[in-house]
Each structure stands twice: as C-alpha cells, then as structure tokens.
Design a protein around this ligand. Structure first.
Ligand code: PLP
Length: 381
C-alpha cells in the first residue's frame, strides 16, 4: 500500500465552516444578545431569502425536513384516506412525512440508470383515491419537471416536491422547489445547505398554503391563542436561521464545486464501465447539485461491500443510500409490501455505493478514490 494515509472523509463540514467561522460566531452572538429565539428576525430573513433563491413567493421555516413534508402536505389539503405516490428508493423520512399527514403512502419503483422515481410506474399506481405525487429529487438531481406536471395535470393531482437533497438544483431551466404546488427542504447538517442541528422549510407560490403552514407549525394558531387548525410545534429556531443566513450566500458556489467534482468522478470512472462500475446517470447537466455521488457496482466477481471495505482500508469513507428500500423496512410492513415488489430498488440497494462528495473535495482526492477502486478490481483477475 502507498504511504498516503490522509483519510478522505465522506463529508467535510469542518473545512466548509472554517472560512466563515467568524461570521457564524458573530451571527450566533447577535441572536443570543437580541434574545428573539422563537420565530425571530433571522428566521423571517431566511424565509424570504431562501424562497427567493428557489424562485417562489413564500418560505415557512419548520423544525426539520420530515415536518416540512407532513405540514406542507396537510396545508395542500392532503389528509386521511388520500393516497400519495412516493418512490420506494428514498430516505424513510419521505414516507414518514406522508404518514404524519395521515395520508397513505403508495410506493413505486425507480429508474435503474438514475435511481429516480419511475414515472411510468407512477401512472400505473394512480387510483381514484390518489391525491398527490411526491417526487424526491434524489442525490441532488431533479425528476423531470415537465413530465411531473404532465402527470399531475392530466390526472388532477397535487405535485409536492421532496427537495431535501436538491437545494438550488436545476433541470430544464427550472429550480427545485418551484416545480409543484409546494416543496419541502431539510437543513440537516450534511445537506447541501445545513444548520448546526435540525431545520427545514416549506416553499410555495400559493399564499393560502403558506398561511396554513405558518399556522400549523405554530400550534395551529393564525392568531395567538386562536387555534383554527390541529397544529403542532415545529418552528425553525432563530439560532438555526441565523446560521442559514450566513451560509445561504455561499450555496450556489458550493453546489458548483459539487457539480465539478461529479464531472471529475464521471470522467475518471468511465474506463471502469466494462468492469460493472457505473455512476448514476446525470440528466441535469450543470444543474445536478450532487448531494451524493452514487455509483452502481454490478460485477459478479466483486460485490459492493467488498469495494467499500477496500476503500475503508485506505482511509476512504463511503456510504449507502439506502441499504434497505422503504417497502422492506420492518416498521412499515403494514403498508402491505413484500420482497420482489420493487425489483429495481431492491437490486440497487445491494449494489449502490456513495463516494466521498463535498464542496472542496480536491481532484487529487477523487483520483485517489478512483485509483483505490481500480486497484481492488484489478486484483481480481
Ligand atoms: C434528509 C431527508 C429528509 C428529512 O429531513 P430531516 O430534516 O432529517 O427530517 C426527507 N427526505 C429526504 C429525501 C431526505 O434526504
């Protein structure tokens, strides 16, 4: 083995924050000084700025991305008995959000090349009870806005985006969060835009939806002590809002760096295609914001886990997004699915591997990751 032991982390928040540390400290100190901890000035500023960045009229900060889905769906009028179509290959929070809106998640398979929701499967899953389609812009790339709208319009369905992995991602000139009736984002620390804890937002062009989320997140009260809706307590903390205000101006640049890194990976990995290593296809070009860089390992002599172990030995961290598709998660057996229902998602769950990806990852780091993959594969023959 070579003598370069510097680990390559899966994500690197420390390097991201270091250049803006003084600004972050000052912003946090200002909130502590001002004391407007609940729905304070920084939250209002961030809601306006983030909605504007997405190209929509309203933003409503909430406690996390899961709540953004649940409260956003509720505000769009989704409720008991309503079927909401979601991909089986997503983070479980998508499903939890639907269930917390008291609606019924109806799962569909994904496309093997992109791992995004299969839109033909969406059309086949539509029933008289279907009220909404909930695409997930997975790994940082958007599901086709035009095709989504065609489906929603022709079947009279609400379109609600789970954009938790695609802050400012674009496709065909459209921005994540501006495609449907409303959209949910998460600011979990490792997302493309992250807080120092939990946070989320609902964005929408519909004033009524915005007003309803504003009430729902704040005990269902449009006016203090007047509880018009069965709401909850789910607000974006002012301390988190102020951190997001410092970070938001850097987001476009960070996304550009992720996209560059994605292109570099694509180029360096291309020669490994005949050994069964294929990156997820990028259908968004420069609009792909690579929350994750995911490859598929389809080689009868070498499975995904062997490759991830080999990388680990060289100090290279990887991830799997996700190892168990939603329909096979133990807690959700009562949804009525079983193994074999979504063959593409099931196959991917055994073959996908997420490589280190973060703004500031160097070409040299990426070369080392690809070199490590090559070395392991060539040892087989
Ligand atoms: C992170 C994530 C969420 C949930 O966000 P939280 O802030 O952790 O609640 C929802 N959907 C997807 C696709 C995510 O990646």
């Amino acid at each position: 083995m070579t003598s370069d032991p510097t680990p390559i982390p899966f994500v690197d928040l420390h390097s991201l924050h270091q250049p803006i540390q003084a600004e972050l400290d000052a912003a946090v100190a200002q909130v502590l000084e001002r004391g407007d901890f609940i729905l304070g000035q920084a939250v209002r500023e961030f809601e306006t700025a983030f909605a504007q960045a997405c190209g929509v009229a309203h933003g409503i900060g909430v406690a996390c991305g899961t709540d953004a889905i649940a409260l956003g769906l509720q505000a769009c009028g989704i409720g008991p008995g309503d079927e909401v179509i979601v991909p089986a290959n997503t983070f479980i929070a998508t499903v939890i959000g639907v269930l917390h809106a008291d609606a019924i998640p109806v799962l569909v398979d994904c496309d093997p090349q992109t791992a995004l929701m299969d839109l033909d499967a969406v059309e086949q899953a539509i029933t008289p009870r279907t009220r909404a389609v909930l695409p997930v812009h997975l790994y940082g790339q958007l599901v086709s806005p035009q095709k989504l709208r065609e489906i929603a319009t022709s079947h009279n369905l609400i379109l609600f985006e789970d954009a938790a992995q695609a802050h400012l991602g674009q496709r065909d000139g459209e921005t994540a969060g501006s495609v449907g009736m409303a959209a949910a984002f998460s600011f979990y620390p490792s997302k493309n835009l992250g807080t120092a804890g939990n946070g989320g937002i609902v964005v929408t062009n519909h004033a009524e939806v915005a007003e309803r989320v504003r009430s729902l997140r704040n005990y269902g009260a449009p006016k203090k002590y007047v509880h018009v809706y069965r709401g909850t307590n789910s607000r974006l903390d002012t301390l988190q809002g102020t951190i997001l205000n410092v970070k938001l101006p850097h987001l476009a640049h960070w996304n550009q760096q992720r996209n560059q890194a994605g292109q570099t990976y694509d180029r360096l990995l291309a020669p490994l295609a005949d050994q069964g290593i294929t990156p997820m296809r990028n259908d968004c070009g420069s609009g792909h914001v690579y929350h994750l860089y995911v490859i598929r390992v389809n080689n009868p002599q070498c499975d995904r886990d062997r490759l991830s172990n080999a990388l680990e030995k060289q100090g290279i961290q990887t991830g799997i997004h996700y190892p168990i598709p939603c329909h096979l998660q133990p807690a959700y057996r009562n949804l009525g699915y079983s193994a074999g229902d979504f063959p593409v998602s099931e196959a991917l769950s055994e073959q996908i591997l997420s490589l280190p990806m973060y703004p500031g990852i160097t070409d040299a780091d990426i070369e080392r990751v690809v070199y490590a993959l090559k070395t392991e594969l060539s040892a087989l023959t």
